[in-house]
Design a protein around this ligand. Structure first.
Ligand SMILES: [Zn+2]
Length: 103
């Protein structure tokens, strides 16, 4: 199964970005090159839920805000298994990097 584009563009803003698989390939860690965006981890389920461009822009702004406040923290976007709502957490970067999947 090929996943075109995923490795090259930011899910939130569409700018060039680096993308790595994390958490047993269930999530993606994006490192966006845009000055107004940043680094974040998002689950595949959350990508399905987050389709509205307005919502994506809001999350992108939040990612940027966290980067400015504390460069050692990353926004993690998942779907709550009970409520099926989007769930946002701010975690230490080391926690996310510890679950990068190496092929
Ligand atoms: Zn971006």
């Amino acid at each position: 199964m090929s996943e075109p584009e995923e490795g090259t563009t930011c899910f939130l803003c569409g700018d060039p970005a680096k993308c790595q698989k994390t958490d047993g390939h269930n999530r993606r860690l994006y490192d966006c090159s845009s000055q107004s965006c940043g680094e974040y981890e998002i689950s595949l389920a959350a990508k399905e839920r987050l389709k509205n461009p307005t919502d994506k822009a809001k999350v992108s702004a939040e990612v940027h805000c966290i980067k400015n406040q504390d460069p050692d923290k990353i926004l993690v976007i998942t779907v709550d298994p009970k409520t099926h709502d989007l769930d946002f957490k701010v975690v230490p970067r080391s926690e996310v990097y510890a679950r990068i999947s190496h092929p």
